[in-house]
Design a protein around this ligand. Structure first.
Ligand SMILES: Nc1ncnc2c1ncn2[C@@H]1O[C@H](COP(=O)(O)OP(=O)(O)O)[C@@H](O)[C@H]1O
Ligand SMILES: [Mg+2]
Length: 351
């Protein structure tokens, strides 16, 4: 085996077992050692059926069924199968097994077997199932309220006065907004998870973005003196996706208003190769032990102040899509302070 072969086998996340023309194990890489709980030096030189005894879901000896050395001479690969180890230190472990047959004419010269842990995949599948059930749950409560109020209004229209009807319709309206918002956040989450965020970069004036966001909040009733915006120093030319940056700043300011308290301070300043933005407030802040969790999806830290817990996950995804980073700490006044760094970026194409 060359050094290159060895390095390749060593870094592979999947287990690999290679047997020669006589069925003797010649390679067992580190991932396979772990999956089979067998050190390579005790496996090499033994028959592959001994090192990797497998049974299918009916308990039949897998190698007797497929017989790689005597089976069809035209076969070159074995599609992925879920099989169980039937002996040795890893007995009863479930593995996903694929194989490739290397032939010289019709003679099998090498058998290459790839092994994958089923647990990783099951974990991913479970987290998808959790996501679906969380989403269904999040959709159900506003829809239950919409359905309840409309049904009541339709059935007993004449028994309510205008004031009561207006109150019910206001609730229905707010719940419909909540569903719409949740759906658009979920679309963002799925784009981020799939790496399908489309970036439309142009020169963005960060100070303008922040001021626009604050002005929007003031226009919708927030007192202007709750905000302090400061810009220190000369920023480089920033190539960013303006909609996404507005979304980031908007989300952080909204959180500061909704979950925080007091004055909301937004600072923009040049940083190494780009710009740094901090959004701080004077509320209770985020305890250090939960700081690493705030950016995970659906995390709300036990509060039920109307949000979905997706905001910061999306914020982080949008910042990272720009090549930036985000973290949370304490503001000088004790509240939460979010800080993100954005590299200046380059024009998407040179003119
Ligand atoms: N400025 C803040 N002060 C205190 N807690 C915060 C702040 N911003 C976010 N949080 C906490 O982080 C959680 C997640 O925020 P986010 O992802 O935006 O979800 P949402 O706002 O929908 O609840 C919030 O529910 C809240 O508990
Ligand atoms: Mg939020």
């Amino acid at each position: 085996m060359t050094d290159l072969d060895k390095a390749a086998y060593d870094v592979l996340p999947d287990g690999v077992l290679v047997a020669d023309a006589s069925g003797t194990v010649v390679v067992l890489n580190p991932a396979a050692e772990r999956l089979l709980s067998t050190p390579a030096d005790t496996a090499i030189g033994r028959d592959f059926r001994e090192v990797l005894p497998l049974v299918d879901e009916q308990g039949r000896d897998w190698w007797a069924c497929t017989d790689p050395y005597e089976g069809l001479a035209t076969r070159t690969r074995q599609p992925e199968r879920r099989l169980q180890v039937s002996g040795g230190p890893a007995e009863h472990r479930d593995l996903l097994v694929t194989a490739a047959y290397v032939r010289d004419g019709s003679r099998l010269t090498h058998l290459v077997i790839a092994l994958r842990d089923t647990r990783t995949r099951e974990r991913i599948e479970r987290s998808r199932a959790d996501l679906v059930s969380t989403v269904a749950h999040e959709l159900r409560s506003p829809l239950t309220s919409v359905k309840g109020f409309t049904a009541t209004l339709l059935a007993k229209w004449d028994r309510f006065n205008d004031e009561q009807k207006k109150l019910m319709l206001t609730t229905v309206n707010a719940d419909a907004d909540r569903v719409t918002r949740l759906l658009s956040e979920l679309l963002d989450v799925s784009r981020i998870d799939a790496g399908r965020l489309e970036m439309r970069k142009q020169v963005v004036d960060l100070e303008k973005v922040v001021n626009k966001c604050v002005a929007g909040r003031v226009a919708s009733g927030e007192p202007a003196d709750r905000f302090v915006v400061s810009v220190a120093g000369e920023l480089p030319e920033m190539w960013l996706d303006p909609d996404k940056i507005e979304q980031v700043v908007g989300n952080l300011v909204e959180n500061a208003l909704r979950h925080g308290d007091g004055t909301v301070t937004v600072q923009v300043r040049p940083a190494d190769g780009g710009a740094e933005v901090t959004v701080g407030d004077e509320g209770e802040g985020i305890p250090e032990e939960t700081a690493s969790r705030v950016f995970t999806r659906f995390w709300r830290g036990g509060n039920r102040r109307g949000g979905t817990g997706l905001g910061l996950y999306i914020v982080k995804g949008l910042v990272e899509a720009h090549g930036g980073t985000i973290e949370v700490g304490r503001s000088p006044s004790g509240g939460a302070q979010f800080r993100f760094l954005l590299p200046a970026g380059k024009p998407p194409f040179e003119v």
